[in-house]
Design a protein around this ligand. Structure first.
Ligand code: DP6
Length: 364
């Protein structure tokens, strides 16, 4: 398998004759990392490889309406609408995204864009929308590039969409593909690269087909620490190198588990990764505790249930207090009964989302 290079994504020649106006629309799912990305190098490049499960229900749908500008004045012209309402709070993030992708896309300054976006999950759910949002927008940009260059191959379309999404938000590059996606070079994973996400290239044991994720909304407030700040805190973190080495080792271990279906090891790798991510935050300067009392209560109940019933259910965490509970499809009924009765009371207003492995993207 040939690995891509940055030069593969350089802009296609600008066309003098671009369409006057139109719109394109894509839906992209969120993803949850099992091997965590925490720490990056210049250019949105990860310090270690990560691996995620692409979700199905939790998604962003974005419509990009474009109108040719009379004069291209060396800046970007865009307006964002969230659920039909003008939204200025995303502007800095989108401007940064356009600035970062401009070296790879030739037509950005030729158009005014209206970006209409909506999420399938509630705003105040504490679920980060940056992975699904940035990947949906990157797909729309690529759809427009494909309309201008109709001979583009499907693989180039997807690869470049993931490459652009990464420049918007690192984890977003893993939403283009599924159900398992690797981002970051690893010697055991052919085709893996720091530049974009690639669908896990090997067959997985049948137990991993249709894997389930229930998201427990413990804290639905604003994120206490932005991921951008969190990644920065890894720069002079006393345990940074050990953490990056641990993630690389865990990727190798997970590859073996994906092949042999050993769920006991799977549980161990996934939970250790989640706790290591939080350990990094607790030991950075400044330090943070992002778990809430109910996060810990849920974790202990997951452990008790697993021990008592031998059900291979485990948890993972994002950079926040919410808990993702993962389990095989074959355990769905038993696991969901336990979650709905014993874990839901520890969620904010009992809110949770039963989701499952998905393939990420679709044109709308
Ligand atoms: C804890 O992708 O949100 O969710 O690249 O700065 O946008 P930026 O960061 P982001 O970081 C995600 C961190 C994480 C772990 C993960 O998804 O791998």
């Amino acid at each position: 398998m040939n690995t891509v290079q940055e030069k593969d994504f350089l802009p296609l020649p600008a066309l003098a004759d671009v369409p006057e106006a139109g719109s394109v629309s894509w839906r992209s799912s969120s993803n949850i990392a099992l091997i965590k990305y925490w720490g990056k190098r210049k250019g949105q490049l990860p310090q270690n490889p990560s691996l995620s499960l692409t979700l199905d229900h939790c998604a962003t749908t974005t419509r990009l309406a474009f109108t040719k500008r009379k004069t291209a004045s060396g800046d970007f012209s865009f307006h964002i609408f969230l659920d039909g309402k003008s939204n200025k709070s995303f502007e800095p993030k989108i401007r940064q995204f356009f600035t970062r992708i401009a070296p790879y896309i030739s037509f950005l300054e030729q158009y005014h864009f209206d970006i209409h976006t909506s999420n399938s999950f509630p705003h105040s759910s504490g679920i980060a929308s940056s992975a699904s949002g940035m990947s949906a927008l990157a797909l729309c940009v690529m759809e427009l590039e494909r309309q201008l260059h109709t001979d583009m191959s499907l693989s180039h379309f997807r690869n470049k969409a993931s490459f652009l999404a990464r420049l918007g938000s690192g984890s977003a590059c893993r939403s283009i593909g599924g159900p398992w996606v690797v981002w970051g070079e690893h010697s055991d994973i052919e085709g893996s690269t720091d530049l974009m996400g690639v669908s896990y290239p090997y067959e997985t044991h049948e137990i991993f087909t249709g894997y389930r994720d229930t998201i427990l909304l413990v804290d639905t407030g604003r994120k206490e620490v932005s991921s951008t700040l969190g990644h920065q805190l890894m720069h002079d973190h006393p345990f940074a190198e050990q953490r990056f080495t641990q993630a690389r080792k865990n990727m190798g271990k997970l590859k073996r588990v994906f092949a042999n279906g050993d769920l006991e090891s799977f549980v161990e790798i996934v939970e250790s990764e989640a706790l290591s991510l939080h350990a990094m935050m607790m030991t950075s300067s400044p330090y943070f505790i992002l778990m809430k009392p109910n996060t810990l209560e849920i974790i202990h109940r997951v452990w008790e249930f697993r021990k008592a019933t031998d059900t291979p259910l485990c948890f993972t965490l994002d950079a926040g207090a919410n808990v993702h509970v993962l389990y095989p499809k074959s355990e769905k009924d038993r696991a969901q009964k336990f979650i709905d009765t014993e874990l839901a009371p520890f969620c904010d207003s009992g809110r949770l989302i039963h989701d499952k492995a998905g393939m990420g993207i679709s044109r709308v």
